[in-house]
Design a protein around this ligand. Structure first.
Ligand SMILES: [Zn+2]
Length: 337
């Protein structure tokens, strides 16, 4: 008993010591951030949407479509909570971004290979009313002529609600086929039994919403889960590989066909991560490991010269990675239509 409590004390001291942050700015609420931006979008929105928010490409014989679930408005401090606020503000200014609100893209990918139709991540869903510009996936798939009943497999990079929430929207589960297979790292399902939020830096309300959504998801889809340990080939040339870092079961999807390659990196790479791969994103549960994963992956993508798509890179996000001294450079892909 006493040994256990002393080890608990030691663990929390270590966490506090290593979690040195030069930024003690409290995050404003998501509603505060959203209200600053959303007014611009609350009128004049044509229906059907003026911008289709989908982009199709080929990777060898594999069909790929990037679909935007929308945009999240989050506190700017989230993009690097281990960084001096003045340094962060200077970077945002250099990137022509507002100083306080981060407008985050939310990309989902549909893949067709062989006889499988694979949905990679599923967007935010309707759980969070303060993020009204997200949760568009179901509508945008329908607009693209993609029937949810045609999806044979879902791959989830991790169980944060902006990646699995779309599967919990009313009516979605009923439209998916009963033999749907949901691929998720076993370590991810295990993590959410007792998730550790001691190293994250999120706006108020997020940890509870994330816990609740992951738990609901595991309950709702339990019978369809196909957990894998380290990697699994979902279809010809479609390999899901666990990286850990962002969450213990965080995974990326590697596509390879006919000499072409594309990686969907989920939350291993954010826009700031090219220039500052060591900045800790507020959603990373193990920020040091997340930074190591990011550097390893970016180096590999640069060496392979393969394409990259990531959840929160500006839509359609298709790009290449170049090495630039000690860091990296983001090279947007050409518009091909
Ligand atoms: Zn995310």
């Amino acid at each position: 008993m006493s040994a256990q409590s002393s080890s608990t004390t030691r663990r929390s001291t270590t966490a506090a010591e290593t979690n040195i942050s030069s930024d003690n700015t409290p995050h404003p609420s998501v509603k505060h951030c959203a209200d600053k931006v959303n007014a611009r979008y609350s009128h004049g929105r044509p229906e059907p949407e003026l911008v289709p928010s989908r982009y199709a490409l080929k990777v060898g014989a594999i069909d790929v479509m990037v679909v935007s679930d929308g945009v999240l408005s989050l506190p700017g401090a989230m993009l690097g909570h281990n960084v001096d606020p003045a340094v962060r503000a200077a970077w945002l200014n250099d990137m022509f971004l507002p100083p306080d609100v981060l407008e985050w893209a939310l990309n989902v990918v549909m893949v067709r290979s062989g006889d499988r139709t694979i949905l990679i991540d599923a967007g935010m869903g309707m759980e969070f009313p303060d993020l009204p510009r997200s949760g568009k996936l179901a509508q945008r798939l329908e607009d693209a002529g993609i029937d949810l009943a045609s999806v044979t497999d879902v791959v989830l990079t991790h169980l944060h609600m902006d990646h699995c929430g779309g599967l919990l929207v009313d009516g979605v589960r009923e439209r998916l086929r009963p033999d749907l297979r949901v691929h998720l790292a076993a370590a991810e399902a295990k993590f959410w039994e007792a998730p550790d939020f001691s190293r994250v830096s999120m706006p108020p309300g997020f940890p509870d919403a994330l816990r609740r959504t992951a738990k609901n998801f595991l309950k709702e889809y339990q019978s369809q889960l196909r957990p894998f340990e380290n990697e699994y080939e979902v279809a010809p040339g479609v390999l899901v590989t666990r990286t850990g870092g962002h969450t213990p079961g965080h995974s990326v999807v590697r596509l390879a066909s006919g000499g072409d390659r594309l990686t969907f990196a989920g939350d291993a790479v954010f826009q700031v991560g090219f220039e500052h791969p060591d900045w800790y994103n507020g959603f990373e549960h193990d920020p040091e490991e997340a930074a190591r994963v990011r550097v390893r992956l970016l180096r590999e993508l640069a060496a392979n010269r393969e394409s990259l798509v990531a959840t929160h890179l500006s839509f359609p996000s298709v790009c290449h990675v170049a090495v630039d001294g000690d860091v990296f450079r983001w090279v947007p892909g050409p518009w091909e239509y």
